[in-house]
Design a protein. Structure first.
Length: 243
């Protein structure tokens, strides 16, 4: 665990085949080349600045890349995962006061590869149920958001610092609300429309205008961008723009 810095924070989805999907948590820095990211250990260090939110899955690698060879407890833990009858597991690891805690969440996967959209709704439900059992301080603010109140130790809100985001000055409230629902995996204009009191055609027009305003030629590239906007999601929650 020594020497791990903020840019090495990930969580993983492990397939029974032994393949691991790396999911970086912090993609705030535009210069951060996360597609080339290779963490040295499977235990990420969480902080308030790295609230656990699900961005798009970026790549996979062999599970042996993550296992600490000198840690027999770690090896037994990984071995027990691969011996289960589940098709896949999501692993949450975090480091608090020098101690390693491991939380696991199982889900069935019917495909060879787990993709961002395939399991979004199922994972949302399972994770919400999972954390509601762990703590009464869990706030249903967003899927894959661990509340600052989760433990009192792992997420310390900086005092005197106000969260902000550059897109706030560029976009209207309705546009920000649309981005929020896109981030939640709701990509249909017909589904979004009633939640923000607009017609679905108006939502479609706003979506196209948003893509143009932000410089994305395809919807795929736009959604990939949205999936990494953790800091914007935190701002919307912090300012109660989304309730």
């Amino acid at each position: 665990m020594h020497g791990i810095d903020a840019d090495e924070i990930v969580y993983t989805i492990v397939l029974r085949s032994g393949l691991v999907y790396e999911v970086p948590i912090r993609l705030i820095d535009s210069s951060y080349r996360y597609l080339e990211h290779r963490p040295t250990h499977s235990n990420p260090v969480h902080s308030y600045d790295n609230v656990l939110l699900l961005p798009a899955l970026t790549k996979y690698t062999d599970i042996c890349h993550f296992v600490c060879k000198d840690d027999q407890e770690e090896q037994r833990f990984i071995a027990s995962i691969l011996d289960t009858g589940d098709d896949a597991l999501m692993i949450f690891c975090y480091h608090l006061d020098g101690n390693i805690s491991k939380l696991t969440l199982c889900f069935n996967d019917k495909k060879k590869q787990v993709t961002y959209m395939d399991k979004y709704i199922e994972l949302k439900h399972r994770i919400q149920c999972f954390y509601q059992k762990l703590t009464t301080h869990f706030y249903d603010l967003s899927e894959f958001l661990i509340s600052e109140e989760f433990s009192g130790h792992d997420f310390q809100k900086p005092t005197g610092i106000e969260l902000t985001h550059p897109l706030i000055q560029q976009l209207s409230i309705k546009e920000l609300q649309i981005i929020w629902f896109l981030y939640q995996g709701i990509h249909s204009a017909k589904e979004i429309a009633p939640m923000i009191a607009l017609s679905h055609r108006t939502v479609e027009d706003k979506l196209n205008a948003l893509m143009k305003k932000l410089g994305f030629p395809t919807k795929y590239e736009f959604l990939m961008y949205i999936s990494g906007q953790q800091s914007l999601m935190r701002y919307l929650l912090y300012k109660r723009i989304i309730t």
